[in-house]
Design a protein around this ligand. Structure first.
Ligand SMILES: *Cc1c(COP(=O)(O)O)cnc(C)c1O
Length: 430
């Protein structure tokens, strides 16, 4: 099946007389007839539901749809994208371990790795994703357990050289985890380029309506944990909390997701509510149609912005001449996403006037849903930085982050035009 069909059908196929739409199983617990039935569930001998903190049928149907879109063997939903990235790493990394992440990643993930993982005893080295393989080699240590990156970084929209990172991770016998939130599996399937595990903030395009916060993890089933058993004792040695079962022995290719569910979900409880999973399932049905529209509108708007004298630069990987363009053609030939950055020839105050004059585009910290929105980093997310620090972070005081929604692109352009013409002084708009 092609992606558009998987969006509509994977994960749920009703039998005779069952609901056409995926049902919400809004129940904390599940009933069993005999004590032995329940015992087998607690020993992980039978596959079944017993408590929604660990697993729920609605969640599993939606997770299976995402796993099918990514081409993986198993998936799970989490309460947020943050929880997905936390679980994806913590499932194979613990106190005393080390991991490597690219530096241009989502701010929340950066904090998780740089501050909270540090408190948990996990050391994270951040690398420039353009670093050569020789430079990257030097960052690995005997206790390195994984490499992490984002297919398209938020907010910089930089394209990860997935093959390069997979090659170097595998040479050091560790998996590559890729956050595929921005392109979604419609535009890129990281497993096809060698990634082992994929994560998502489903809060963004997958939901697409701005109604649910959620996350997902998908395992390709390709990483051979057993050949590196000394690095991954949690997967390859007996688990005393389940009578000594060994995940890789008992669950084969499902070992990683089964461990994350039966240990991390059991103990941390970052489960997505079945109601939210249902909204996510609805969103996924139209994902293929929506992201193509987000992307084609964004490209049209990026080109229009480039043609305006008030605009200093536009950063969007599909623009010819963009530093990310070559990698975009390789990894994301059909499209990237609807998020771009652009910079005005204007003072900070004029930029604020411009954003205040926008009528369709709203000022929001969110990105990647059906509503067009804008953010002014120097005045919002990065306002604690002075001009010098902004320059160090590579942010121009007149730079904007723009997330193109599903409105008609001509209306979005008209909105930008009236705000540029009304907000900027004559001198800069000429
Ligand atoms: C938003 C985002 C996250 C965090 O997801 P939440 O659902 O907000 O917890 C992680 N990674 C990327 C790339 C994101 O855009």
């Amino acid at each position: 099946m092609k992606q558009g069909t998987i969006c509509v059908h994977a994960g749920y196929s009703p039998r005779n007389g069952e609901p056409r739409q995926m049902p919400i199983i809004q129940s904390t617990t599940f009933k069993y007839s005999t004590s032995e039935d329940m015992t087998r569930l607690f020993d992980l001998e039978d596959n079944g539901y017993f408590y929604t903190r660990l697993q729920n049928p609605t969640n599993d149907m939606v997770a299976a749809r995402i796993a099918a879109l990514e081409g993986g063997v198993a998936g799970m939903l989490t309460s947020s994208g943050q929880a997905a990235n936390f679980f994806a790493c913590f499932n194979i990394c613990e106190a005393g371990d080390h991991m490597i992440s690219t530096a241009s990643i989502y701010g929340g993930t950066f904090n998780l790795f740089a501050a909270t993982f540090k408190k948990m005893g996990i050391d994270v080295s951040f690398v420039d994703q353009d670093a050569s393989e020789e430079e990257l080699e030097k960052v690995f240590r005997p206790n390195t357990k994984l490499v992490f990156g984002e297919t398209l970084s938020n907010p910089g929209v930089r394209v990860l050289d997935i093959e390069k990172f997979a090659r170097i991770a595998h040479a050091h016998r560790v998996p590559l985890i890729v956050d595929n939130t921005f392109p979604t599996p419609i535009f890129c399937r990281p497993f096809e380029w060698g990634a082992d595990i994929v994560t998502h903030s489903t809060t963004k395009y997958m939901d697409g309506q701005g109604v649910q916060v959620g996350g997902a993890i998908v395992d390709s089933g390709n990483f051979d944990w057993k050949s590196h058993a000394e690095k991954y004792p949690g997967l390859c040695l007996p688990d005393p909390t389940y009578h000594g079962i060994v995940y890789t022995e008992q669950f084969g290719k499902l070992a990683y997701i089964t461990k994350a569910t039966s240990q991390l979900m059991r103990d941390f409880g970052c489960i997505q509510s079945p109601q939210n999973a249902f909204y996510l399932g609805l969103g996924l049905q139209t994902l293929d149609v929506r992201v193509r529209r987000h992307n084609s509108s964004a490209l049209k708007i990026a080109r229009w912005l480039q043609s305006r004298p008030e605009v200093k630069w536009v950063s969007f990987p599909e623009l010819e001449g963009d530093p990310e363009h070559e990698r975009q053609l390789k990894y994301l030939p059909d499209g990237t996403c609807g998020v771009m950055a652009f910079c005005l020839n204007a003072s900070r105050e004029e930029v604020s006037r411009f954003t205040n004059l926008l009528k369709l585009a709203t000022i929001e910290t969110h990105v990647a849903d059906c509503h067009t929105c804008i953010l002014h980093p120097a005045v919002h997310t990065h306002r604690q930085l002075n001009d010098e620090q902004l320059a160090e972070a590579g942010i121009d005081p007149a730079q904007l982050r723009f997330s193109v929604g599903l409105e008609d692109p001509d209306d979005i352009i008209e909105d930008l035009r009236q705000a540029l013409e009304g907000g900027l002084t004559q001198a800069t708009s000429l």
